[in-house]
Design a protein around this ligand. Sequence first.
Ligand SMILES: C[S@@+](CC[C@H](N)C(=O)[O-])C[C@H]1O[C@@H](n2cnc3c(N)ncnc32)[C@H](O)[C@@H]1O
Length: 256
Amino acid sequence: MESGRVTMDRNADAPWSKFDPEVYVDLNYRTPLEVDLLIVRLMRDHFSRCYAGAVPDSARGVDVGAGANLYPALSMLPWCEKILLLEYARPNVEYLERQISPGGLDAAWDPFWDVLRAAPAYRDVDPGARVSEIVRVERANLFDLDGQRRWDIGTMFFVADSMSECPEEFQRGVRCFMNALGEGAPFAAAFMKESVGYRVGEHQYPAYRVNEDRVRESLEPYAAELEIHDLHHMVRPGHEGMLLALGRRNSEIATP
Ligand SMILES: C[S@@+](CC[C@H](N)C(=O)[O-])C[C@H]1O[C@@H](n2cnc3c(N)ncnc32)[C@H](O)[C@@H]1O
């Protein structure tokens, strides 16, 4: 009799040090997908609504598990004095360092900027110059965010659901992200729907299967004005679309 698989891939077990950012960009972003452009538009409009056209004085932004994706950071650009890209995998940290160096922003991110600059707040920003001026990269583990450090605006794209197969690590990922946001902070978080894991080059990475209800349940304790967009676009076999959650951090105190 064939025995079922009983162990679950935990975050610490996945080959993060082998993550290939160039292959990942080729797979996901080099040819922009309609769904990503739609996500960028929804996020742009959400942040524009939250700030109602008034640029805050000294907002600090964070993109957690930034990986090889610059569009969440670009979406925060007009609103922030500083943006931190927090990432665990060393090859991705090196990729991000190259992207934020003067003149380093890859043309692959232009189509995403084209969507952003259709909104007034983005129009006069020079993305390449501003990225190298205000964005910094830090190698860190999302699980080490314990509520001590807080940001004014934040994003987390395809991370809590795409880092482990364990339900408790998904919950912990969402909790650590939300506890890194100050009261009232606008946020955007994206999840692959019903993902069974993903391959980048030669390596396989784990995922925890989420649907709209699971995402809502995980975010609700921390969020105000929560809206979840169920985007039925398939990027590859092995998932059923994407979920985009938009909202603000509520006023509840951090949950341990
Ligand atoms: C599917 S990728 C998403 C990357 C990017 N945010 C995007 O939108 O394409 C998952 C990312 O989570 C990062 N990651 C995995 N475990 C992490 C951890 N414990 N702390 C911080 N980042 C982690 C990976 O290195 C990878 O960059």
